[in-house]
Design a protein around this ligand. Structure first.
Ligand code: FES
Length: 107
């Protein structure tokens, strides 16, 4: 199944994308040339250039940060409680329509 993921940048611009079930939020952004997600480490939870903020409406469905993810996010300035690493959010049918917000820039 294809899962819809909507990326909203800091200006409010929305980009609707689709990724295969089992893929992840970073991968779908990179594959669809969504600016603002670099994914430098290829999804290994080792770079934090896939930092996004989960829309409040989806917070319950995306689950919790892993310990490793948590420690990567501590390197970033101004991290929201809803911040996640996109590569650590796996696309499932329940996440169809997932909306995430992009930071002004990645560090
Ligand atoms: S792509 Fe590097 S931490 Fe997500």
């Amino acid at each position: 199944m294809m899962v819809k993921v909507i990326f909203v940048d800091h200006t409010g611009l929305r980009r609707e994308t689709e990724g295969a079930e089992g893929s992840n939020v970073m991968r779908v952004a990179v594959d669809n040339n969504v600016p603002g997600i670099d994914g430098d480490c290829g999804g290994m939870c080792a770079c934090a250039t896939c930092h996004i903020t989960v829309d409040a409406a989806w917070a319950d469905k995306t689950g919790e940060r892993s310990e490793l993810e948590e420690s990567m996010l501590t390197f970033l300035p101004d991290v929201s409680p809803a911040a996640r690493l996109g590569c650590q959010i796996k696309l499932t049918p329940e996440l169809d329509g997932l909306t995430v917000h992009l930071p002004i820039e990645q560090f």
